[in-house]
Design a protein around this ligand. Structure first.
Ligand SMILES: NC(=O)c1ccc[n+]([C@@H]2O[C@H](COP(=O)([O-])OP(=O)(O)OC[C@H]3O[C@@H](n4cnc5c(N)ncnc54)[C@H](O)[C@@H]3O)[C@@H](O)[C@H]2O)c1
Length: 245
């Protein structure tokens, strides 16, 4: 087991990539702190527990700094440590620059950028105290290649690559690694929002000729969260079937 007795906090764990990650980490022996704004996270944790995983669900919005700090303190009191933070929660509100409202900009910044800051800042002192930690955040391959209609989303996903490099520098001396993943098109509720026409247009851009599944990204999170990646820090691992060029 690659994460035996490690305690992993996964944000946005009720659906899609976060859910696949919670399931994958549980199979590798991790204890799970699952966060989501959706109460569906409760059902996920109930199922994980039935399968023998030590897990708790906390209904937390990563946008709310006070809520994040309180939930981290409670989870830390429960498990005694937090080894892994998976900053996975994210949303899209796509619109071209000329049509994007200030609200659409603010909403995406609040979850995808401020949320990642809130969670990392709350967990890092615990990791520092332990002299051990793994921080892995969700960027996107659109951070590298841009994407039509995603000024807000691309801004956040590019920022995650930059913040990750800063955290690798600042936190390395405390035994903490910081990395991120840049997924390409992955079949989840998020991409279900995309028009069928756009989905079809995406296929010729992917050398492997297909979309990924949430488990493809869960496997990347697992590698970067494991001790196999103990000398890997500050990188962005692209998992997109070869599309980001
Ligand atoms: N699916 C893709 O193709 C793709 C590609 C690149 C990057 N990503 C990134 O991967 C991550 C996961 O995406 P997904 O496709 O699984 O999305 P998803 O919509 O299936 O799941 C996201 C989860 O985050 C939760 N969430 C939303 N706002 C939250 C908040 N404020 N606090 C806590 N939880 C919140 C949602 O309730 C949901 O359960 C996101 O950061 C996304 O930007 C996805």
């Amino acid at each position: 087991m690659r994460l035996k007795n490690k305690v992993a906090l996964i944000t946005g764990g009720a659906n899609g990539i976060g859910l696949a990650t919670a399931e994958r980490f549980a199979k590798e022996g991790a204890k799970i702190i699952l966060w989501d704004v959706s109460g569906k996270g409760n059902d996920v944790v109930t199922r994980l527990k039935k399968e023998g995983c030590d897990a708790i669900f906390q209904k937390v919005s990563v946008t709310n700094q006070e809520e994040v700090q309180q939930a981290v303190a409670a989870a830390h009191a429960h498990f005694g440590r937090i080894d892994i933070l998976i900053n996975n929660a994210g949303i899209t509100k796509d619109r071209t620059l000329l049509k994007m409202s200030k609200q659409e900009w603010d909403d995406v910044i609040a979850v995808n950028l401020t949320g990642v800051f809130n969670c990392t800042q709350a967990v890092a002192p615990i990791m520092k105290e332990q002299n051990y930690g793994r921080i892995v955040s969700a960027s996107s391959n659109v951070a590298i290649r841009g994407n039509f209609g995603q000024t807000n989303y691309v801004a956040t996903k590019s920022a995650i690559i930059g913040m990750t490099k800063v955290w690798a520098m600042e936190l390395g001396k405390f035994g903490i690694t910081a990395n991120c993943i840049a997924p390409g098109f992955i079949t989840t509720a998020m991409t279900d929002l995309m028009p069928e026409e756009v989905r079809q247009q995406s296929l010729p851009l992917i050398p492997l000729g297909k979309w990924g599944v949430p488990e493809d990204i869960a496997n990347g999170y697992l590698y970067l969260a494991s001790d196999e990646a103990s000398f890997v820090s500050g990188i962005c691992l692209t998992i997109d079937g070869g599309a980001a060029r």
